[in-house]
Design a protein around this ligand. Sequence first.
Ligand code: 3PG
Length: 306
Amino acid sequence: MIKVLVATDKPFAPVAVEGIRKTIEGAGYELKLLEKYISQSDFVKAVEDVDAVIIRSDKATKEVIEAGKKLKIIVRAGAGYDNIDLAAATARKVVAMNTPGQNSNAVAELAMGMMVYMARNLFNGSSGTELKGKKIGIHAFGNVGQLVGQLAKGFGMDVYACDPFIPSDQIEKHGVKALNSPEELYAKCQYISLHIPANEKTKKSINYELLSKMPRGATLVNTARKEVIDEEGLMKIFAERSDFKYISDIEPDCKNDLVTGYAGRFFFTPKKMGAQTAEANINAGIAAARQIVDFFEKGDTTFKVN
Ligand code: 3PG
């Protein structure tokens, strides 16, 4: 019998787990659940006897992949798959997939909420500012970026976007102004919402040079990945500009330096919570389970990323 492991350090909502169970067991497979595990070795051990794995931000390292002697497929229930060692998966002929778009709305809503939170001075009761009429730059116009664009228009913001992989005319079909480079985007917008993936090209690409272009009253919103930020550059901006604010869904390594020097100008969620809604968990979790069933039953590899 095909065995599917759901390994989630940050568990899905119970209703999503039920949906995953129905999909897996409905196909005649067995579900194995590993939630809130203490150490990576628990994951390594749990993968030993399974054919498929569903993860979130859990690290599918070379060690995990090699421990999965029967493993044929890993599905990242979510968008970013920088947590899968793709080379190791490919070497072992393990198919890696993501579930693009399934949790995007949750992340986009959080990005907007974060902007309001910073504009209203972390809800401390003092007089803040409004989003209406401000310029927002959407850095990468994929599933989440497009939804942020829609929501930002609802707030009355002036919306710009830049994406190296999407032609300007496609971006502009969404009623958003396309800019040719991140440099132009950062120079134009008080708010920047990051939606780039973490990869060799993007790591540390949000650097001092780029951030220093932002106009006065700048707020950087990061619901993407901490690795894309050049934290040395970020600290330099904080030291130079008292108007600069940063809010992120991922705690940076420089958190303590910010806490000691710049209270009130930054905020970090305690655990990445962009996709932490029942709806997003249901969408991404069940999509992952279906993709596994379709892979085994029909050989479907539509969302393969390796
Ligand atoms: C994603 O890449 O889909 C998001 O970062 C969500 O990650 P999570 O499932 O770990 O919350």
